[in-house]
Ligand binder design. Structure first.
Ligand SMILES: Nc1nc2c(ncn2[C@@H]2O[C@H](COP(=O)(O)OP(=O)(O)OP(=O)(O)O)[C@@H](O)[C@H]2O)c(=O)[nH]1
Ligand SMILES: [Mg+2]
Length: 335
């Protein structure tokens, strides 16, 4: 089950068998059908060894089937993974020497400017990973301000910045291994770090980002370290993905429960993720009008009225949708 078909089918079944008014059921199911065919393209970049592969493996079902982009040396640096309707692009950042860096910058620029068949930017979201264990983040800032931001076009909301290897930020000091979380001293250090990343990006590009710190975890012989703040990272990814595409992640997130265990407690990220996904099914603002029209043609004036006031009426159905989403997540991830 690698695409979101199964999730959509289950939601469809749950909506059908719910106690919602018939017209609302139809609207929700129409929304679901629109969600079915979408694809999300996520570009992940960052310096060599920052943890791109580890992050992909932690977040998503690990048996990523690598699909070659071709043998053209100009483009083969970017790896493409296809997980059903979720397409991941794994690209080197800067810091591999002048010649390689120029090539990476060209490839990234090309990818960011690419358009899909509807004329929209192909890449929905860029995740830039910084290595929290490295003292010199200069090349990562260069990557962000000279390559990524200038090629985002109008929508500067397409960039996420995350600092990985939080456990190694003070050379391993201050990490509570037993509970897999930072001790207060490291926590302050990390908070300052993401604040300074935010400030530097704002100063050099004028763009507001909201960087987080996390750890993708690692395997060390038979003593693996679980990820930290991975649910927070997933929440950000889903939140910054266009609403009409958010359900796509559902079938691809890692089923190993221990991946999602340890987070800071600033927010209930699981609940927020379910809210975001429920919202994409119940509202989907930009497709609402179309749905209203098609409801109108199927159900006459009543359907049109439901379509027009969809936002408000559907708002009432939100609770019901959320409990469907919860039951799906509960079953899959034990959330
Ligand atoms: N301690 C610690 N090590 C990590 C973490 N994330 C990744 N690593 C380790 O860092 C090394 C590099 O990780 P990768 O995931 O291969 O990094 P990458 O960005 O994909 O590297 P390239 O593909 O070579 O550019 C590996 O040895 C990982 O186990 C983390 O959160 N904490
Ligand atoms: Mg890699």
């Amino acid at each position: 089950m690698k695409n979101n078909q199964e999730f959509i089918n289950k939601m469809e079944h749950d909506i059908e068998s719910s106690a919602l008014p018939e017209a609302i059921k139809r609207k929700l199911i129409a929304n679901l059908l629109l969600l079915k065919g979408r694809k999300v393209n996520l570009l992940i970049t960052g310096a060599t060894g920052c943890g791109k592969s580890s992050t992909i493996n932690a977040l998503f079902d690990a048996d990523v089937s690598k699909v070659g982009v071709g043998v053209d040396p100009e483009t083969m640096d970017i790896e493409r993974y296809e997980l059903g309707n979720l397409i991941l692009w794994d690209s080197p950042g800067l810091g591999d020497g002048k010649e390689a860096d120029n090539r990476h910058a060209r490839n990234l620029t090309k990818k960011l400017l690419e358009r899909d068949s509807d004329g929209n930017p192909l890449i929905d979201l860029v995740l830039v990973i910084l290595d929290g264990s490295s003292r010199d983040m200069g090349t990562s800032f260069e990557l962000i301000s000279n390559v990524i931001v200038p090629n985002l076009g109008e929508d500067k909301g397409r960039i996420l910045v995350a600092v990985n290897q939080a456990d190694m930020a003070m050379k391993g000091r201050g990490w509570d291994r037993e509970n897999n979380k930072p001790e207060p001293e490291l926590e302050s250090f990390l908070e300052e770090k993401v604040e300074s990343v935010k400030r530097r990006i704002k100063e050099s590009t004028g763009v507001d980002v909201d960087p987080i710190y996390y750890s993708a975890g690692y395997k060390d012989g038979d003593k693996p370290q679980r990820p930290y703040n991975l649910t927070k990272l997933l929440y950000q990814i889903i939140h910054y993905t266009p609403k009409e595409k958010r359900t796509i992640y559902v079938n691809n997130i890692n089923r190993k429960r221990e991946m999602w265990k340890d987070d800071d407690e600033l927010k209930d990220y699981r609940n927020s993720i379910m809210d975001d996904i429920a919202e994409s099914i119940s509202e989907c603002a930009d497709i609402g009008a179309d749905v209203g029209e098609s409801l109108g043609s199927c159900f006459g004036s009543f359907g049109r009225a439901v379509g027009r006031f969809g936002g408000r009426i559907i708002g009432g159905a939100f609770g019901a949708i959320k409990s469907c989403v919860k039951s799906v997540f509960g079953g899959l991830f034990g959330w």
